[in-house]
Design a protein around this ligand. Sequence first.
Ligand SMILES: Cc1cc2nc3c(=O)[nH]c(=O)nc-3n(C[C@H](O)[C@H](O)[C@H](O)COP(=O)(O)OP(=O)(O)OC[C@H]3O[C@@H](n4cnc5c(N)ncnc54)[C@H](O)[C@@H]3O)c2cc1C
Length: 492
Amino acid sequence: MIVKKDKQDMLSYLEDTSNFKGDASLLYIPRNKDEVGEALRECVKDKIPLTVSAAGTGTTGGRVPVEGAVLSVEKLDKILDIDFDASTVRAESGISLQDLEKGLNKHNLTLRAQPTEPLAFLGGVVSTCASGPRSFKYDSIRRYVRGLNVVLSDGRQIFIERGGFFAKNRKFDFTIDSSRASMHFEFKLPSYTSPKIKSSAGYFIEDDMDFIDLFIGQEGTLGVITEVELFVQPLVYDIFACIVFFGLEDSALEFVEYIKKMRSRDYLYPCSLEFFDANSLSLLKEDYPSMPSSQAAVYFEQEAEGDHSIDSLINYWSKIIEQKGASLDRCWFAESKSSINRLYEFRHRLPQKINEILRANSQVKMATDIAVPDENFRQMYSFYKKVSRESKIFSVNFGHIGQNHLHFNFLPKNSEEAFKAKGYIMELIEKAVSLKGTISAEHGIGKVKKPYLEIMYGKKHLQEMAALKRYLDPHCILGLDNIFSRELLFNL
Ligand SMILES: Cc1cc2nc3c(=O)[nH]c(=O)nc-3n(C[C@H](O)[C@H](O)[C@H](O)COP(=O)(O)OP(=O)(O)OC[C@H]3O[C@@H](n4cnc5c(N)ncnc54)[C@H](O)[C@@H]3O)c2cc1C
């Protein structure tokens, strides 16, 4: 195992895209899962907090240590096995999504969900329960996780298979027998139920839940994931993508509502349904000067369905686009792989640009990751507009509108604006909770969003989450300061 103690070697691990800055005195880079166990045993012995680090594309400071050790999974980067009969792949947790996809594509396979930024590592994606633009059709990574190899904080390894162990009456009580040891687990689940909408806020909890689901979205607080087994799908070649530029924002919102209503018709089922407001487009205009001027835009991707060819689907979509007040001359259609990639890059360029601006202004990320139920989206949207108007701070609003999940980002120029923006973010969070929404649909809580979780769940449920953590990590060394505060954890 590589162990480093020089601060210079640690600098790149002390931040992520939230710009939250941390500190550490020890860096472990294990080369295999046994070395992960060794590092954890050392930390327990010396009472050193340990934070797991993947690619650092996270937006909440989750992988950033406040003190103690960092364990980087970067050397665990291999595809271990592809089972063609079962359509599954087993890979180490430090492989990037981009390398995983390349390895799968060689065999005409893919992870259709494409859960986030291609540089993110598989273990980071599972640990935040990420879901990308295609989640409208394909959901989050949770749906595809078939198995996990996890090293617990005392260094013991477990392989958890989906369908292996279920809770009964909100309690887990089972024994895992492995070649190395037999381990008994007996603990109560928190009394809340996770929202039915897309959510990555706190531990996933529901009646009769599968044990594996506890470890998806746990943000490095319950164990270190070393291997992931995923369901994969055949590559789709018949697909097209489009960006529709709307003269009026309301037309864009009506277009989205119509598509969501029609989604029950099996041939009209986009994988992505993504929104850009006027300010998002004004930022992108700097990089895409030929973009038609518009008040809002919607990006979608559609795969061929059943007997419907791509041409017939394009005709069908074109009629809807015109009916909803946009002109086909102001649409960017893409059918070839390279042109689809260009549209995808356009979509992806926006969060990259936001992160660059924040970094240049030395500001931490000041954004929401809220999703609300369908029936409350228009109310939430009006509230975003009100906040944007009243705050007088430049903001952009974009993202996964198909799931009522937008990323409202403030881009404060200075600390005065940042302070004001923080207050408005709190208002947005309170509004989302009052509309039965989640405060984090995909990024997780990490360190940056911790203050908001209590608004969503209340103190009692946070204490129950912390108690669960203390059962699985009795020495309280893993992912400290993620999800809930140390005070709450140590004062149970
Ligand atoms: C341009 C851009 C676009 C993005 N778009 C999306 C999007 O569409 N959807 C989305 O969901 N997110 C998006 N994100 C956020 C980010 O990509 C995801 O949160 C991603 O899942 C983080 O993966 P990572 O490997 O970078 O993890 P890191 O940031 O390194 O870590 C994230 C968390 O997981 C924990 N962790 C990491 N590896 C392990 C492990 N092996 N075992 C246990 N815990 C672990 C860490 O401790 C930390 O708490 C975007 C980010 C960027 C920069």
